[in-house]
Write a protein that binds this ligand. Structure first.
Ligand SMILES: NC(=O)c1ccc[n+]([C@@H]2O[C@H](COP(=O)([O-])OP(=O)(O)OC[C@H]3O[C@@H](n4cnc5c(N)ncnc54)[C@H](O)[C@@H]3O)[C@@H](O)[C@H]2O)c1
Length: 265
């Protein structure tokens, strides 16, 4: 029960990594807000949490929409009390080199990945200030630090989230609020499955993802959730402004010429 007494809001929690974090946090005693565009899938996660005796609330909201975000945070507060843990996990990932993406892809990616994290943080920080404690985790990516091909727009948002965590940590440390980033390498998740399915040779790309990580495989959702659990818990009481790479060593190794999946043009 490492999160007993905490109220945690996780965005993009209807599937994938966000769902894994919601389940892990609930197992550890947190009362969890499962926020996502996909309200039916959020409710399924809540039902799963209730099946093992956990407490959760499904929140249908678009993180790009200020009114929807504020309403979701208010509903969670009303049900469980002040929000003391936030994981900004919702994201979209337009693929392609910069000139291959559209301005609409760019706007949507910035709006979900960066504006969303801004709006949801802004909505929960007053609760954290009022109780004098809190933990905010921005889900970034190794792409926010490394240059990986075909992900320029997505990578820019993830680099911004790492900078946001660092800057916010200095503003809020005196108030008892810790802010960190988590940067996964490639994780076996629906987002990865969608990306691989869209490639011309999905099996080759899948093998390439495994090989690029020095540990020899992609990561699991649970391996990311475990690091978030640590950062959300009081065990991380002296940890703020950090970027935790959960990446099987790919961040140390960096990008090798043989990892390049596409040439020019
Ligand atoms: N899967 C990976 O390999 C990987 C690697 C590095 C970082 N990440 C990051 O981890 C996080 C989760 O990734 P995932 O693989 O589970 O993705 P996913 O696509 O499986 O899940 C993302 C969730 O966010 C929700 N969402 C999207 N737009 C939203 C919006 N506007 N408002 C509310 N919810 C919205 C989706 O409905 C979905 O349930 C993301 O931030 C992603 O960038 C993933």
């Amino acid at each position: 029960m490492r999160l007993e007494g905490k109220v945690a809001l996780i965005t993009g929690a209807a599937r994938g990594i966000g769902r894994g974090i919601a389940l892990r946090f609930a197992h550890e005693g947190a009362r969890v807000g499962v926020l996502d565009l996909r309200e039916c899938d959020s409710q399924a996660v809540v039902d799963e949490i209730r099946s093992f005796g956990g407490q959760a609330l499904a929140l249908g909201a678009d993180v790009r929409d200020e009114a929807q975000v504020n309403a979701a945070v208010a509903a969670l507060r009303e049900r469980f009390g002040p929000v003391t843990v936030l994981v900004n996990n919702a994201a979209v990932m337009p693929a392609g080199r910069l000139h291959e993406t559209s301005p609409a892809d760019f706007e949507r990616c910035i709006a979900v990945n960066l504006r969303g994290a801004y709006l949801v943080s802004r909505a929960v920080i007053p609760d954290m200030l009022a109780v004098g404690r809190g933990s905010i985790i921005h889900m970034a990516s190794v792409t926010g630090v490394l240059g990986l091909p075909g992900l320029a727009v997505y990578s820019a948002t993830k680099g911004a989230l790492i900078a946001l965590a660092r800057a916010m940590s200095t503003d809020y440390a005196p108030c008892g609020i810790r802010v960190n980033a988590v940067s996964p390498g490639t994780i076996d998740s629906p987002m990865l499955h969608d990306f691989i399915a869209a490639q011309s040779d999905p099996e080759a790309v899948r093998q390439q993802f495994d090989q690029v990580h020095p540990i020899g495989r992609v990561g699991t959702i649970e391996e990311v959730a475990n690091v978030c659990l640590f950062l959300a818990s009081d065990e991380a009481s002296f940890v703020t402004g950090a970027n935790f790479q959960v990446d099987g060593g790919v961040g140390v190794k960096g990008q090798q010429p043989s990892d390049q999946p596409q040439g020019c043009p």
